[in-house]
Write a protein that binds this ligand. Sequence first.
Ligand code: SAH
Length: 396
Amino acid sequence: MSAQLILQPGKERSLFRRHPWIFAGSVERLVGKARPGDTVEVVAGKQVLVKAAWSPESQIRARVWSFDPNEIIDNAFFKRRVAAAVARRGVLPSLTLEQGQRLIHAESDGLPGLIADKYGDTVVVQLTSAGADKWREAIADALQLATGCARIYERSDSDVRGLEGLEPRVGWLRGEAPAGEIVIEEHGVKMAVDIVAGHKTGFYLDQRDNRGLLRELSAGRRVLNCFCYTGGFSLQALAGGATSVVSIDSSQPALDRAAANLALNPRLPADRAEWRCENVFDELRKLKAAGETFDLIVLDPPKFAPSASHAERASRAYKDINLLGCKLLAPGGLLMTYSCSGGIGLELFQKIVAGAALDAGRDARIMQRLQGAPDHPIALAFPEGEYLKGLLLQVD
Ligand code: SAH
């Protein structure tokens, strides 16, 4: 008999909207015994509504596995859900050709706390909830079955595990390390992916399509790529015919990787690339003081606001870099600007950027709204899944 989570009166409403989180404040009590990650029945008015994973340490006290109260949560359940998520990527034919691809995007693929990214024939998983952590082996088996990949690496070292009372855990779940480094091709450009020490699962797959767009915009332009990490946008700009590409990041190891990635692509004009190990906030001011201008600027900063409580300080940081970005653009230039902060919605982000353009004394218009690539779907019932938002602006 699984334990039962009894909801406070009225707290079942979000479940009827098929939102998968049950917060601590919604729980009246737990009947029976459950260890972290165990499946519990969620009950309102004596009726079992959903099956969920119990996370006693987290403010999100339970995450829904199934909105069908009769569905059994077992190995077969994970096989079904993982197979469905992988098949979903086939909806967009171009996706199936990508060597770097997100296979499972957590809640939005019906698998809370589970991220799975595929790089060539290696899958990297990140388990961030007690429920996903408990089903590690079933998930690894299901991924092998659905993808045919022999190698599965676990990168469960994200900070959010701490909120669930989980220790970091990394290592090979299936197979062993490949002989050389893992290299994927993105829009024809080779990129090495460091699945052991790189950010997230090794690479920012969410920006793949936006890097493709940048490539299309780069011909004949002087490009400035801020927060360049391992050079994803920079190399696409070179491939697209940029006349120069200045890239800034504060991490020397990231820049070393970027330079190594460039070397993997001998056809790209390396003499047009310049890497600067600097703080973007300072470097943009210096560039401005030196009277430099650019035709196309990318601003893809780290998460300044992990949650809404950081929104105010983060807003100032976004305003600052976008203001400097606008000032550094030659008339008619393009600004590709992003926020990956869950705590800053699209509307607020647009307001911040509008304020920045205004203060820079520049008229600007949105040419395109940008978002994460479609292998990072957003379940309609789970708007929290939308974290990456961007604007392509043309600035007079
Ligand atoms: N655009 C990249 C991903 C950017 S990740 C891609 O497409 O792959 C954010 C990067 O910002 C990280 O590499 C981090 O080292 C860098 N960073 C964070 N704060 C910074 C700062 N103040 N100045 C410069 N770089 C910074």
